[in-house]
Design a protein around this ligand. Structure first.
Ligand SMILES: Cc1ncc(C[n+]2csc(CCOP(=O)(O)OP(=O)(O)O)c2C)c(N)n1
Ligand code: SF4
Length: 254
């Protein structure tokens, strides 16, 4: 009998503890599939964030190091510089990367570190119960913006992919959404390409992945996907923002 669907070797045989419909589990799987496909499991090192993905080391079947909130790009920089033969990626939420870790990510990109960054944008702080994140949409209700995000008091959603795409040291910056089969396949393609660029020594890449958080959004998994494509994607356009070695700007939505 042919087994059409199986657990990637790069994922341990343990159940995920994420909420039903959470995007983290899907992105973990896509990363694991790409690592398997590229045959780099023995030399891959992941950097786990603070946030709902904090237990990445329990799921990935390769080395994963946990570090302080927002610091994955700094830790990744050190690891990659002392072990250039390894493949190093950071996995970060929007609180981790766009708030407390804003300085780290900007400077890692500016230095052109040869790293892969996978940025999970779910427009909220999931782990701590749904506070406003830098990426929260205008009008979106959170525990700290009960009347909805008001730009006059809270600023505007921070477009991390656009910001990093302006930095000369970054070679590949893209945004994608796991909102359906097409988006999942594209996300997988971009994750793999980011790893390939690192393997070729091309430099810094970041894939921003729009991802559902049904629990904090107070929606079921299907409604969450609808909110993701209907609301988040109208604010955060998906596509390749910069690819200094290949595909040019390729916005899905104009
Ligand atoms: C230095 C520090 N500040 C604050 C916290 C509290 N904290 C834990 S998780 C988190 C936010 C996580 O949100 P995000 O990065 O968006 O990840 P998600 O849980 O949504 O995946 C915060 C503020 C912490 N653990 N350490
Ligand atoms: S709170 Fe949100 S991000 Fe955290 S595990 Fe649940 S659905 Fe996922």
């Amino acid at each position: 009998m042919i087994q059409a669907f199986k657990r990637p070797e790069s994922l341990k045989d343990v159940p995920f503890r994420f909420c039903p419909g959470c995007g983290h589990s899907l992105v973990h799987r896509l990363i694991a599939e790409c690592v398997d496909e590229l045959g780099i499991r023995e030399r891959t090192i992941g950097i786990a964030p603070v946030g709902c993905a904090v237990f990445a080391y329990d799921y990935f079947n390769f080395d994963v190091i946990e570090c302080a909130h927002g610091r994955p790009p700094a830790v990744a920089t050190a690891l990659k510089r002392v072990m250039p033969g390894n493949v190093v990626f950071s996995y970060q939420g929007d609180g981790d990367l766009a708030s407390i870790g804003l300085g780290e990510i900007v400077h890692a990109a500016n230095r052109g570190e040869n790293l892969s960054v996978f940025f999970i944008n779910n427009a909220t702080y999931g782990m701590t119960g749904g506070q406003m994140a830098p990426t929260t949409l205008v009008g979106q209700k959170t525990t700290t913006t009960p009347a909805g995000r008001d730009p006059k008091s809270h600023g505007y959603p921070l477009p991390m992919a656009e910001i990093l795409a302006t930095i000369k040291g970054a070679v590949f910056i893209a945004r994608t959404a796991i909102d359906g089969i097409k988006g999942i396949k594209e996300t997988r393609r971009l994750i793999k390409k980011s790893f390939q660029y690192q393997l070729e020594g091309k430099g810094f890449s970041m894939i921003e992945i729009l991802s559902p958080c049904p629990t904090v959004w107070k929606k079921n998994p299907v409604e969450s996907l609808q909110w993701l494509s209907g609301h988040m994607e109208s604010v955060y356009r998906t596509g390749i923002l910069i690819d200094r070695y290949g595909e040019l700007q390729d916005w899905k939505k104009a």
